[in-house]
Design a binder for this molecule. Structure first.
Ligand code: GBH
Length: 475
């Protein structure tokens, strides 16, 4: 094993599913077409000052009008699975009421197009684009939103319950709750710690209610799942362990607890008692949330280094939210986020493949019977298209190296007995990177935002070779 996670010649088991991931608002565009209602990300991105460069998802990567081309591109790459999300407001423009047939038709064409090409559909019901009409009634601070989500899930179950392989309820509820309602760096841009914790619970509840709504409607024995962005935490110095405990509670155990054990961690109540009394947890809720998960989705990009602030030196805040005033960490006011040694991606995130191995092994040790899937991993780098004799190319050596090292980490986890089912690279194509707009490119396929022309990058060619051989190519 090489110390830098560049092991060559590692072969993945036949059952391992190689795929790639996207999300509706990030790639679709067509924001006001075919009856789609506005979502909180339309409102947020249309609000001056919220997104770098004033970018919006109005056009995005143009996927809505390039469905067939993008499906064929997946075949070229040899993908076995495609993880995408459904825009709730295409299905129910106001988040309630009857289905919009044009919205169902679009995702029906996508799902059928995948199946016809032998690509397994991994559907996410919610990747952050809440219908604005529901936000106007309180959004995720309103318990009724969780019940509306279950009704939406039932519409999808009735439409596609015979042919979706994996149903993922939520993508990264940490982001929806803490960035949406705590730091305000994501839509809907609210900045209230109590609201963020209320949103945490209502998202957990929505997950459970959605699975209960889907179960009686599916006929093909699908997997049920949720995707979390668990934080891989390292503590610095004497106060490191206490800082790790607090952030682990807020970021990780507040989801893992109710989802996998049926109970919230007691310390999170204690830590946040000055923020909220958690009275929004009603009797029976944790039973609803605690549904069997055939697979737990894990998104991994980097690690987080923390300690308690001593009040002397200026406080460090290197957790990626330094541009915003409000904290995404209610009740953890004493935790300091330390800069890491690098190297970094274009996001400023520390590159640390060991963190992925560590996360997968830790989950396996705590929940030995729980199958896992890497539902996102990838990197932003500044890419440029160069013209060559063989046509346009993008020589993204940094991205290929990042992926190589993280696939090595996943393989090492497999070798240590982790039940890891597959790996979805983020992202299939360049897209709208939330608050960063189009300034950050995560795709293995390049998108020219003037022409919407797609160009597979060298990393896509590398990935196609990995998928075809199931073996990490020599460096
Ligand atoms: C995912 O979010 C999203 O699901 C996806 O839509 C998005 O495009 C993709 O990742 C890339 O951003 O400051 O070093 O401690 C990831 C969101 C990123 C939030 C890492 C926490 C902490 C990194 N997470 N971040 S660091």
């Amino acid at each position: 094993a090489s110390p830098d996670y560049r092991d060559a010649g590692l072969t993945f088991p036949d059952s391992f599913i190689f795929g790639s991931a996207t999300a509706s608002y990030q790639i679709e565009g067509a924001f006001d077409e075919d009856g789609r209602g506005p979502s909180i990300w339309d409102t947020f991105s249309h609000t001056p000052g919220k997104i770098w460069n004033g970018d919006t998802g109005d056009v995005a990567s143009g996927h809505y009008h390039r469905l067939e081309e993008d499906l064929d591109m997946m075949v070229t790459l040899g993908l076995q699975a495609y993880r995408f999300s459904i825009a709730w407001s295409r299905i129910q423009p106001t988040g309630r009421g009857p289905a919009n047939q044009a919205g169902l038709d679009f995702y029906g064409r996508l799902i059928d197009g995948l199946i016809a090409r032998g690509i397994s559909p991994i559907v996410t019901l919610y990747h952050w684009d809440l219908p604005q009409a529901l936000e106007d009634e309180g959004g995720w601070t309103n318990r009724a939103t969780a019940y509306a989500f279950a009704d939406y899930a039932a519409i999808l179950g009735a439409a596609f319950g015979d042919r979706v392989d994996t149903w993922t309820t939520l993508n990264e509820p940490w982001c929806s709750a803490y960035l949406g309602y705590g730091s305000g760096s994501h839509a809907p841009g609210r900045t209230d710690g109590a609201e963020a914790l209320t949103a945490v619970h209502h998202l957990n509840l929505a997950h459970g209610l959605a699975i209960l709504a889907l179960k009686p409607l599916v006929t093909n024995d699908p997997d049920f799942s949720i995707t979390l962005n668990l934080h891989v935490l390292r503590g610095e110095g004497e106060t490191g362990p206490e800082a790790v405990r607090q952030i682990d509670a807020l970021a990780n155990r507040v989801f893992l607890g109710p989802l996998l054990t049926g109970a919230y961690p007691a310390d999170v109540f204690e830590d946040t008692k000055d923020v909220t009394d958690w009275a929004f947890i009603l009797p029976g809720d944790t039973e609803i949330i605690h549904q069997p998960l055939e697979v737990l989705g894990v998104n991994y990009y980097s690690t987080t280094l923390v300690r308690l602030w001593d009040g002397a030196a200026p406080r460090q805040n290197a957790d990626g939210h330094k541009d915003v005033g409000a904290s995404p960490w209610p009740g953890a006011d004493r935790v300091e986020f330390l800069a890491q040694p690098g190297p970094y991606t274009e996001m400023g995130w520390n590159i640390e493949p060991a963190g992925l191995e560590e996360l997968l092994v830790a989950l396996h040790e705590e929940f030995p019977a729980q199958p896992l899937m890497v539902t996102e991993n990838g990197a932003a780098f500044a890419d440029t298209v160069v013209q060559t004799e063989d046509g346009p190319r993008v020589h993204d050596v940094d991205r290929t190296d990042y992926l190589r090292r993280h696939f090595t980490a996943a393989h090492r986890a497999l070798a240590r007995g982790v039940d890891l089912r597959g790996y979805q690279v983020w992202s299939l194509m360049d897209n709208f990177e939330w608050g960063y707009g189009y300034s950050k490119r995560f795709g293995i396929v390049h998108v020219d935002y003037d022409t919407l022309v797609r160009t597979p990058k060298d990393s896509a060619r590398w990935y196609a070779a990995l998928v075809a051989t199931r073996t990490l190519p020599a460096v």
